[in-house]
Ligand binder design. Structure first.
Ligand SMILES: Cc1ncc(COP(=O)(O)O)c(C=O)c1O
Length: 373
């Protein structure tokens, strides 16, 4: 095939695929047990905070259509996505850096601020990827404990901050606890600390929090050189497998982070960028996911209330609960029931269940009930 006819063929195939009814495509439809791992078909996967309702029909169609451009670098897709993000967050396009999942931003931040050694601050337990990255570069992380109510301990972090501090990491709402830090407190903390230290806020679950994106510090990040916010398309938008995330920061900070961005910053595929763009044009799907996931979360919390199982007040798509009412470790018990959940060596006594579809959560509740006594 000549290049031209190959392209024409690809274009036609993508359009033909896009024209197929979605039920006939080799991808599971929404509301199915679509979050089961390949090769583990019998398991319900409630262990990685994936969105069982995703990806949306619009995102699937966008991926298929993007195949026609699979032989091209994704610059055009990037610009569209960056402009859309900027509009949604009410910041300028220069304040946006897109990445292969927000994990890539966490790595970039760990590298940028940790490369010369020193202290990185952050509570424990948290989503510790950035700090562990910095530790591998020779930084020290003292793992500041959460407060007695399992809240992110801003007071303790402020006390610890000093001349050796290279970065303060906040996860809001926090993973694995699910607990949200009050917006007003966090904003005041950042205003104060950013005068002296870079502050990084991981907002992977912000859309599930009490005030949704109104709890975000994206506006502050765009204006303040020492504040960086990260977001992801993996959670509310259900694109975990396509790997799309982004940072919002002042243009000077974006330039700093770009210094270490691999592949000259071209790490998201056409398909990922196209799907992410489609998600931003589909607010109905976003509110559908939020509504269903909050509904599933409430079902689980109601069951825990009935059984006297202690849990943390979640502002996310997962619930962290205490193990002591269970006749065996919940993770092991649930594995026997073909449900994957999570526990942590470094956070003994607690387990975490991700919120899947409402039906999956009913199955989880029925299964868990057998081990509570
Ligand atoms: C708090 C938090 N931040 C970041 C991530 C990374 O997500 P991704 O790389 O898929 O954007 C996760 C994933 O579970 C997370 O829980």
């Amino acid at each position: 095939m000549t290049t031209l006819s190959r392209r024409a063929w690809l274009h036609r195939s993508a359009l033909a695929a896009a024209a197929l009814p979605l039920s006939r495509l080799p991808i599971p439809a929404q509301d199915s047990k679509s979050d089961r791992p390949v090769g583990d078909e019998d398991f319900i996967r409630l262990s990685s905070n994936e969105n069982a309702y995703g990806p949306s029909d619009a995102a699937r169609t966008a991926v298929l259509e993007s195949l026609a451009d699979a032989n091209r670098y994704p610059r055009h897709y990037y610009q569209t996505l960056i402009d859309q993000i900027a509009e949604r967050e009410n910041v300028s396009s220069e304040c946006v850096l897109i990445s292969a999942g927000s994990s890539e931003i966490l790595g970039l931040v760990g590298l940028t601020y940790g490369i010369e050694g020193g202290d990185v601050l952050g509570c424990h337990p948290t989503f510790d990827f950035a700090m562990r990255y910095a530790e591998r570069l020779g930084c020290t992380w003292s793992r500041t404990p959460l407060d007695e109510n399992y809240h992110y301990n801003l007071g303790a972090l402020a006390e610890e901050a000093g001349p050796n501090t290279r970065m303060i990491f906040i996860c809001n709402p926090n993973n694995p606890t699910g607990v949200e830090t009050p917006h007003v407190e966090l904003r005041a903390f950042c205003i104060d600390q950013a005068r002296r230290h870079p502050v990084f806020i991981d907002e992977a679950y912000i859309e599930f929090s009490s005030r949704g994106r109104n709890n975000s510090l994206a506006d502050m990040a765009a204006q303040t050189p020492n504040v960086v916010v990260s977001r992801t398309f993996s959670k509310i938008h259900g694109l975990a497998g396509l790997r799309v995330g982004y940072a919002i920061a002042h243009p000077s900070t974006i330039a700093l982070l770009k210094n270490y961005h691999t592949g000259r910053g071209v790490t998201v595929s056409n398909a990922g960028a196209a799907a992410a763009s489609a998600c931003l044009s589909d607010p109905e799907f976003e509110s559908f996911c939020r509504k269903k996931i909050v509904q599933g979360r409430e079902l689980v919390c109601m069951a825990f209330d009935g059984w006297g199982v202690e849990y943390m007040k979640s502002a996310t798509s997962f619930v962290c609960f205490r193990n002591d009412k269970f006749s065996m470790k919940p993770r092991e018990a649930m594995e026997k029931e073909k449900i994957l959940i999570r526990d942590y060596d470094e956070f003994p006594g607690w387990s975490r269940v991700s919120i899947g579809t409402v039906d999956e959560m009913k199955t989880f509740i029925d299964a868990a009930k057998k081990y509570v006594g």
